[in-house]
Design a protein around this ligand. Structure first.
Ligand SMILES: Cc1cc2nc3c(=O)[nH]c(=O)nc-3n(C[C@H](O)[C@H](O)[C@H](O)COP(=O)(O)O)c2cc1C
Length: 192
């Protein structure tokens, strides 16, 4: 898939086919995170690949899915089949790692698209419980979780003229409003 096509077509996927990912694909996707740009080349991030069904189940229960869809959870036959958790090693840095995490997450999601794999980046997670399940030592900060699997839904972009709240229509299709008018030339017309 062309880079431009992947960037434009990527949507957060929250319903997945129950087909296991090739371990080598998952490793390539995690590796794309490892190679992402990062401040001062300090590389404070670690990536935990999770694809054992007994473990993914425990992770899924510690996630807040799609907050605008009030109490919506992926149906049990459409759960993520894998996750990548991004950790920060506080022995390397304890500050300003948010940019690094964001860039690694986007690399992971775009790399996944190259394999036809859908993803959703998730910040609303029970970090304490996930650290316990995965036996993460205290020196690592648990940051973003990225859910992965072959897509079982096809969200659509709409114009965010009236609201940025994503919603499902009567057929169950997710509509994701995106703001227009956020790209500017100089002189710009940004309001004070
Ligand atoms: C930093 C970050 C945190 C997010 N956290 C969650 C989350 O906790 N739960 C969830 O279902 N989606 C989460 N998302 C996905 C966003 O809701 C999604 O990116 C947004 O609605 C735009 O949709 P799109 O990714 O399809 O463009 C998160 C995305 C980002 C970038």
């Amino acid at each position: 898939m062309e880079v431009q096509e992947a960037l434009i077509k990527r949507r957060s996927i929250r319903q997945f086919k129950q087909e296991r990912l090739e371990r080598s694909d998952l490793e390539s996707i995690a590796n794309a995170g490892r190679l992402a740009p990062n401040a001062s080349n300090m590389q404070p991030l670690h990536f935990i690949m999770i694809d054992k069904p007994s473990v993914t189940k425990g992770i899924t229960g510690n996630i807040v899915w799609a907050k605008y869809l009030n109490d919506w959870n992926p149906p049990t036959d459409k759960l993520p089949v894998a996750y990548i958790l991004i950790l920060v090693d506080t022995r390397i840095t304890n500050t300003n790692y948010g940019y690094d995490v964001g860039m690694a997450a986007e690399n992971i999601m775009i790399s996944a698209m190259g394999f036809g794999i859908g993803s959703c980046c998730i910040a609303s997670i029970n970090r304490k419980e996930i650290a316990r399940i995965l036996k993460i030592p205290k020196r690592y900060v648990v940051t973003l979780m990225i859910a992965l699997g072959y897509p079982a839904e096809e969200p659509l972009i709409t114009d965010a003229k009236h609201s940025i709240t994503y919603y499902r229509d009567e057929k169950g299709t997710l509509h994701v409003p995106k703001r227009k008018g956020t790209i500017h030339s100089i002189p710009h017309n940004l309001e004070e």
